[in-house]
Write a protein that binds this ligand. Structure first.
Ligand code: ADP
Length: 297
């Protein structure tokens, strides 16, 4: 069995009266590229910041690379982080930023960062503060990767990037993840971005984990069922309805089922990751307990 890099048990975080995270249970295996997806305010940053040790008070348990978050400097040395605003020293030029990273990190990968900066077309004498938002985000990712961390945590890293820069950023991330046994936790509300790079997905909505599974398992167990109008209760046992829509004559269900669905009256269609994520988001947002039911006339 592979090692677990982040393990949370009943992890909760409350701000005044509102929960930012509620009874979160996750177990992230080593070497995965994990997409953390959910709408704004779902609790993604809170989960990441707890894992980084930036939020020290919480309820429940969390273990990162074998110890509590930010237990000591040696644990932090194994973690790379890029926050939403790609924080860098704007007064530094690019060369200073690279030298600073090298000075701080014993496992610095000099050739990786030089190659990446050259490929980005960023000049070493340019002030970081004069780079575009996209260039800053790309540089911040390259610096985090050059640290050669076991765990890379990226909080909405593509938010400020145009589509072309986003592609280049994700391509670099994919190449890096494929050539190192790094675990990457990347949050985004853009499922299309995550679909390209992730092999594991965590869906977080309204402070609760809705699903945490390898992507291939998600796609194998989630289906769209189309049939003559019928209630969800008439579906075989073991079929969990995530979302249902009914017109006057037809019913469409998004379901999760471990077993194949054999019913000549039902058309079973595969789903892509975006379909599944949207179904869970819709379901969790509209009703915390029951599946969403829509009447389509
Ligand atoms: P996401 O990253 O998914 O957008 P966050 O983790 O930033 O979500 O926020 C989750 C919830 O916690 C939101 O309702 C947000 O308003 C609240 N929250 C986050 N940080 C604080 C804080 N420092 N004080 C009070 N509420 C907060």
């Amino acid at each position: 069995m592979s090692n677990v890099v982040i393990e949370a048990k009943n992890l909760s975080k409350k701000y005044k009266k509102k929960y930012a995270l509620t009874d979160c249970n996750i177990s992230i295996p080593q070497g995965r590229v994990v997409g953390l997806v959910g709408p704004n305010g779902a609790g993604k940053s809170t989960l990441m910041q707890i894992a980084l040790g930036l939020i020290p008070t919480y309820m429940g348990e969390i273990n990162v690379l074998g110890s509590i978050p930010a237990q000591d400097a040696s644990q932090l040395a194994k973690i790379g982080f890029v926050g939403q605003d790609a924080p860098l020293y704007s007064q530094f030029d690019v060369r200073d930023s690279l030298n600073f990273g090298k000075w701080l990190n014993p496992s610095w990968d000099e050739s990786l960062i030089s190659d990446r900066v050259e490929r980005l077309g960023i000049t070493l004498r340019q002030k970081v503060g004069s780079l575009s938002g996209g260039e800053r985000a790309q540089l911040a990712l390259a610096l985090a990767v050059a640290k050669n961390p076991e765990l890379l945590i990226l909080d909405e890293p593509t938010a400020s990037l145009d589509p072309l820069a986003r592609m280049s950023f994700l391509q670099f991330l994919m190449e890096d993840a494929a050539s190192h046994s790094r675990t990457v936790l990347i949050s985004s509300h853009l499922v299309s971005d995550l679909e390209r790079v992730c092999d594991y997905i965590i869906i977080l909505v309204a402070s609760k984990v809705q699903l945490a599974l390898p992507v291939d398992e998600v796609l194998a167990t989630h289906k769209r069922l189309i049939c003559k109008k019928r209630p969800a209760s008439s579906l075989p046992t073991g079929v969990e309805v995530i979302e249902e829509k009914h017109s006057t004559s037809q019913s469409i269900f998004i379901v999760r089922s471990e077993d194949k669905i054999w019913d000549p009256e039902v058309i079973v269609e595969p789903l892509d990751l975006e379909d599944v994520v949207l179904a869970y988001m819709g379901s969790a947002e509209s009703n915390k307990k029951n599946p969403i039911v829509k009447e389509v006339l």
